[in-house]
Write a protein that binds this ligand. Structure first.
Ligand code: GTP
Ligand code: MG
Length: 297
């Protein structure tokens, strides 16, 4: 494809509004992990989409919330920094006609940065059509958005309209990423994210939020089989017991689900070995946060 325009689009919003789901839907493949629990995304992740001679670089960001740990502070900073770094901002909200603290913060940040902003009202599949109008009214009174588009990231409704609006702000330029590249996440990082997604899916709230996954081995055999060893860190001995489960049943489940996804992602057979270790309060330990790949730089 002859790329003539390229630009960065930051996707921001409170936790759980569907930012990662939107990027996966736009890309037509899994770029970022998704869960029904808030604060799933921890880092900035780029989804790269080439379409109609344009390279769109979508930046998924952690949800904006009131942080309760150093990791939380890092996540909010990532989201907030993304806003000033891009050609256009996509702000996503839930279909409710009121503006909360995270939305206020994001709007403030957008207006300071002077970057054009498009508002998406997501999850419209969960409300009546007539309920959407008051949401549009509330947000058009709050800020001068370039456009307000109701969508369902999950069902894929309204995605074409998003491109129409973004296109107005894509600058002329060459491809910034190779055309076969769909994400800037290295393979190891994607694998640890897949494992974290399974922990989020299978465990109660408190535990997966205190976990980090480190890939300690990633080797390829001559026949293409990949051996992966992953260490899951958690914050308490009791959490370790829950992650491992009765006779190792939970860890086995996590491993099986993760291996399936990793095999699909890598396109080859994978042997996955998992370990669980305790690192108390790592979410407030700046060295460990950095060690797990959440680096301010
Ligand atoms: N019904 C419905 N559910 C949706 C839609 N979009 C996302 N979801 C669900 O909302 C939940 C959160 O989605 P994510 O994409 O992980 O949300 P996020 O904004 O990336 O969340 P954080 O990473 O925690 O900030 C998941 O259970 C999704 O399946 C939608 O259009 N309709
Ligand atoms: Mg996310």
């Amino acid at each position: 494809m002859d790329i003539k325009k390229s630009g960065f689009i930051a996707v921001v919003g409170r936790p759980n509004v569907g930012k990662s789901t939107l990027i996966n839907s736009l890309a037509g493949e899994k770029i970022a992990i998704v869960s029904d629990k808030p604060q799933t995304t921890r880092n900035r992740i780029c989804g790269i989409i080439n379409r109609n001679n344009t390279q769109y670089i979508f930046m998924d960001t952690p949800g904006v919330h009131t942080p309760k740990s150093h990791l939380g502070e890092y996540m909010v900073k990532v989201a907030s920094d993304a806003i000033s770094d891009v050609d256009v901002v996509i702000m996503i909200v839930a279909p409710v006609p009121s503006i909360g603290k995270p939305e206020e913060e994001i709007i403030k940040r957008i207006s300071q940065s002077n970057v054009p902003a498009i508002l998406l009202i997501n999850k419209i599949d969960t409300v009546e059509k007539t309920d959407i109008f008051p949401v549009i009214e509330t947000y058009s009174a709050a800020y001068n958005f370039e456009a307000i588009i109701p969508i369902s990231a999950y069902k894929g409704d309204g995605l074409e309209l998003i491109y129409d609006e973004i296109d107005k702000f894509m600058p002329d330029g060459v491809a910034l990423f190779p055309e076969d590249m769909t994400s800037d996440q290295p393979e190891k990082q994607m694998i640890s994210e897949i494992i974290r997604e399974k922990l989020l899916r299978l465990l109660n709230h408190e535990i997966p939020h205190g976990t980090a996954v480190e890939i300690t081995r990633f080797t390829e055999r001559d026949n293409g089989i990949i051996d992966v060893t992953a260490t899951i860190y958690c914050e308490r001995e009791s959490h370790k017991g829950i992650i491992i489960g009765k006779r190792g049943a939970m860890l086995k489940r996590v491993g099986e689900l993760a291996r399936n996804d990793i095999e699909r992602f890598m396109g080859t057979k994978v042997f996955l070995e998992t370990w669980v270790k305790v690192k108390e309060n790592w979410r407030d330990n700046d060295v460990l946060i950095k060690n797990f790949g959440y680096d301010m730089q």
